[in-house]
Design a protein around this ligand. Structure first.
Ligand SMILES: C[S@@+](CC[C@H](N)C(=O)[O-])C[C@H]1O[C@@H](n2cnc3c(N)ncnc32)[C@H](O)[C@@H]1O
Length: 276
């Protein structure tokens, strides 16, 4: 997604929704062409030429130095993480810094942490006796294995994963399965969701236009097309549909902002689901 006005080859014309568009590495791997399905991530996980961030689809610049702030934001929305002996399920932990921090926190707090991802991702995370339970497989297909391992979850975390599930599977089936996992009083945080409606709203503002110009190093205007189908993209309609679906299942659902110190907070949303 380069344009003749791009400052250099490989730089996209605006802040990309898919960070891999920035990942034309100098190691001869063109990650912009990687198909980010569960299987695509499995292949990334095995690529020895990539950093841990790149194996989960992020340029290092999108995560280095931000993990602490991301975890802080997660803990604020899932306060049970600061309690003790809770059951936490992380859907799609990947293999970079965030799950390592979460594992450390769960070790300190004596939580049980169920990690659900491909074997190739999970094998890059430590096994901690009495803390981690690894379930190799994709969600929601892995739901019954999770139910076999733990009766229910006090918190379900799914960070920066939902957009791949949306493109690859049935988002309502995913949501129904998340809600079925929740214990009473439990919370699910489906977070870091790229919302194209939010993105358009932002880039239509003066702040957004300036952000675009600074990001691209050009004097171009952001692309604000909206009156056309957004195939494969998540918009307000998808998120509101998920909220209605969750509430019809007896949970409460809230669309909440990310902390402003997170790298993509101007175009991403978090969906918080609580069960009484
Ligand atoms: C962008 S990475 C996010 C990793 C981690 N949550 C983070 O934010 O650091 C997406 C991860 O989700 C996993 N994934 C994708 N689809 C999945 C599914 N249906 N079930 C479980 N994991 C999935 C991928 O293998 C990958 O590890």
């Amino acid at each position: 997604m380069t344009s003749p006005s791009s400052p250099s080859a490989g730089t996209p014309p605006e802040a990309p929704e898919n960070p891999l568009e920035r990942l034309r590495t100098d190691r001869g791997v063109d990650l912009a062409t990687v198909d980010l399905t569960f299987e695509g991530f499995r292949a990334l996980a095995q690529n020895p030429h990539l950093t841990a961030n790149e194996r989960i689809g992020f340029p290092d610049a999108y995560r280095d130095g931000f993990e602490e702030a991301i975890l802080r934001d997660i803990v604020a929305k899932l306060p049970v993480l600061l309690g003790e002996r809770a059951t936490i399920v992380d859907i799609g932990p990947g293999c970079a810094g965030l799950p390592h921090r979460l594992i450390d926190l769960c070790r300190q707090r004596q939580h049980r942490l169920v990690l659900v991802d491909s074997h190739e991702m999970l094998q890059q995370l430590p096994d901690v006796d009495g803390v981690t339970v690894k379930i190799a497989g994709s969600f929601p297909a892995a739901s019954s294995a999770i139910h076999d391992a733990v009766p229910s979850a006090d918190a379900v975390l799914c960070y920066s994963v939902f957009h791949y599930i949306f493109a690859d599977g049935n988002p309502f089936d995913f949501l129904d399965s998340v809600i079925q996992l929740l214990a009473s009083g439990g919370r699910a945080l489906i977070a870091d969701i790229p919302n194209i409606s939010k993105r358009r709203r932002f880039f239509a503002t003066e702040t957004g236009r300036q952000y675009h110009k600074t990001f691209t190093g050009t004097d171009t205007e952001p692309d604000l097309r909206y009156n056309e189908p957004s195939r494969g993209k998540i918009d307000d309609a998808v998120l509101l549909g998920l909220m209605q679906r969750a509430q019809a299942a007896g949970a409460d659902a809230y669309l909440v902002p990310q902390a402003s110190d997170l790298p993509m907070s101007n175009r991403r949303d978090d969906l918080l689901i609580t069960r009484a």
